[in-house]
Design a protein around this ligand. Sequence first.
Ligand code: NBP
Length: 482
Amino acid sequence: MATADIGLIGLAVMGQNLILNMNDHGFVVCAYNRTQAKVDHFLANEAKDTQIIGATSIEDLCSKLKRPRKVMMLVKAGSAVDSFIDQLLPFLEQGDIIIDGGNSHFPDSVRRAKTLAEKGILFVGSGVSGGEEGARFGPSLMPGGNPQAWPFIKPIFQAIAAKAPDGAPCCDWVGEEGSGHYVKMVHNGIEYGDMQLICEVYQIMKEGLGMSSDEMADTFEEWNKGKLDSFLIEITRDILRFKDEDGTALVEKIRDTAGQKGTGKWTGIDSLDRGIPVSLIGEAVYARCLSSLKDERTRASKILVGPTSQTAVDKSEFLDALGEALYAAKIVSYAQGFMLMRQAASDYGWNLNFAGIALMWRGGCIIRSAFLGKIKDAYTVNPSLENLLFDPFFTEATATAQSAWRKVIAMAVTQGIPTPALSTSLNFYDGLRHEMLPANLLQAQRDYFGAHTYELLSNPGTHIHTNWTGKGGNVSSTNYDA
Ligand code: NBP
């Protein structure tokens, strides 16, 4: 008998917790897993005394779902998702909905949305963020795909999602095809950027200001009460306070080589493919790469010399400047992330809901912060905002932070403290606000050695070549951008 509101395939940490979350909100879920024993175990333990039911096969699962059938997968990304789609198709009918909640790479979701639409099946690729606890008590959900699916899954998704401080669910419709997974990818890239910025600030505090872990924790605690209020600032405070058994800060004993699972790299590669300068995420990925060259850095530390002079600073004043610099850099990072999403939306013809995206990140996920409320406001007032930095709030915020931002980076450069993400934020800001960049010279160089042609300021759109040396011919290279 068709009794379940939704079916869920994949009973690992994310799937089980999402099912329990759905159950808490009154939805009847039918659980299925490739390894059947996990269904039995789940029903007999975590799901005992709930309305959750189980399925013994894909056919059994589909027979237990109310129409239109809604099946959500929380399985390993890649071929497992395609395999389950193939197994489901014989038991689904037109208008049924398949949701992939795993960490799929967005081009796979674009492909799946297209092929399933041809069969009359509505595909949704949903970013799910917040890990185990989020899945259980309120994740950030970023669903995108076939818009006809949204009215049917909206009540479930918005009920189980995290709630922003004003009670709004951190889940809204993102856009078409693979846009849900695209937005999740950018979210993860921004997470890389936020973390790297905080790490650079920590190094400045430690090396430049000679602060103890407890002093640093106090500063992060203060910052968390103001405009930098965010999950990552909060956990940084707690990490800095955490003591090992010998009473010293555990963080100082951790080997300084950062791991990565690839989503930051995906964002960086995608930004290069689209020609959008998402430099802060790129630097954050490279910073992890440099950190992992520990042996080479250890050798370099004995060979390469840094500055010998120190800059005297007033600590309390400088800490205020550091907070301002962090805030301004964060604004640039989000501005870059939204530029990238805007370009992807244009490339794929997606109608991305930018205010909704900021709201989805407002709670339940790693980058949740008060600041995202301001981004939501900016895109609510102007959904077609060209650049986040053009919104009056952010224009003013970066202008106000500017002298502190420059002071912090100048100090770090003078003292030889690496700040790749902080520095690139300011370089991007300065580049963006320059009407004239030195690319005129660059174009001349390209034309000089390769006859690549250039345009005149007075006549854009017309490509011309100059015989700079008098020795070249009049044939020019074909004009195209790779
Ligand atoms: P895992 O990523 O560990 O996946 C486990 C599930 O995938 C099990 O149901 C397993 O079935 C199934 N599976 C595997 Br593995 N290979 C399969 C195959 N070839 N065919 C069919 N099923 C297969 O679980 P998770 O950590 O709960 O994550 C689920 C999804 O959510 C992943 O895409 C993950 O990237 C994403 N995600 C995870 C987190 C997190 O914090 N963990 C956060 C956000 C998103 P079995 O029991 O039969 O082996």
